[in-house]
Design a protein around this ligand. Structure first.
Ligand code: ADP
Ligand code: MG
Length: 263
């Protein structure tokens, strides 16, 4: 059965604050589908990503998140990861003295041990084979595995490490929150190539981005626009182009007209 992430009527706030940031988000992402989530700054896109991954800084006030009918909101962040959810780090940290390969092997072993406490983890030859295969698939230079994680990495190299992590963990649904702080074209391409090459029969993706330019490289099947904590528009790739041309102002106007009609 295709993995399905179902977000139903999700309401969320910052922990310890009643005022809602997410005000009823409905969205379903299936394996094999690429969804783009766009929207003006401050509309709640990163909050959604954080809630999906169980960041304790946020509190769910209502609604549900299901992964294949399992209650994601009841899971700890590491359980979510094991269940097949992946969230690309927005701000990856440097880990001095730990290579990219060691970091990834540790991540795999942690997952194997969580599933089976008796597990001895992945064998070195098997891991090496897997790394070679993934790096080839993603057009990443094999020397990259021996670099110290994020130490002196360029923006593009950080993205490479992130995409490689995604490839190795083989999530069923990946959530990528791209910061609005300018990723250069190389970095955008790395993320986009990774998503394009990994999505397919076995992964679905929710790609969060403020700018249309990311979607020059990732071809979404569906585009959604968040405004004031709700998805107010959904459509195909043409919606992203419409936003590129017209900006977000028409969304604001349309939404405000709708809100007034309700009062
Ligand atoms: P986006 O990613 O669409 O730009 P965010 O989800 O980051 O939007 O933010 C939505 C709103 O919630 C903003 O008004 C922001 O200031 C507020 N917000 C988000 N996270 C926090 C937080 N940890 N503490 C306080 N306010 C927050
Ligand atoms: Mg954001």
């Amino acid at each position: 059965m295709a993995a399905t992430l179902e977000i139903r009527n999700l309401h969320a706030s910052v922990d310890g604050d009643e005022s809602l940031i997410l005000r009823g988000v409905d969205l379903t992402v299936k394996e094999g589908e690429i969804h783009a989530l766009m929207g003006p700054n401050g509309s709640g896109k990163s909050t959604l990503a954080n809630v999906l991954m169980g960041n304790p800084a946020y509190e769910v006030q209502a609604g549900a998140v299901l992964l294949d009918d399992a209650d994601v909101l009841e899971m700890e962040p590491d359980e979510r990861s094991r269940a097949g959810l992946f969230l690309a780090f927005q701000y990856p940290v440097a880990i001095p003295g730990v290579t990219v390969a060691n970091f990834l092997r540790h991540a795999i072993n942690a997952r194997m041990k969580a599933e089976d406490p008796e597990s001895k983890g992945i064998s070195i030859p098997k891991f090496a084979r897997m790394m070679r295969q993934k790096m080839t698939q993603l057009h990443i230079d094999h020397n990259f595995a021996g670099r110290y994680l994020n130490e002196g990495f360029s923006g593009g190299e950080k993205k490479r490490a992130e995409v490689l992590q995604m490839a190795v963990l083989e999530p069923r649904i990946a959530v990528l929150d791209e910061t609005d702080s300018g990723l250069d074209i190389d970095a955008l391409r790395i993320v986009a190539d990774g998503v394009n090459s990994l999505t397919g029969p076995s992964m679905g993706a929710l790609v969060i981005t403020h700018y249309q330019r990311m979607l020059n490289y990732i071809k979404p099947d569906f585009v959604h626009v968040m405004y004031d904590g709700r998805l107010v528009e959904s459509g195909g790739p043409e919606l992203a182009h419409e936003l590129e041309e017209k900006g977000y102002e028409w969304i604001r106007e349309k939404h405000e007209a709708m809100t007034q009609a309700l009062v």
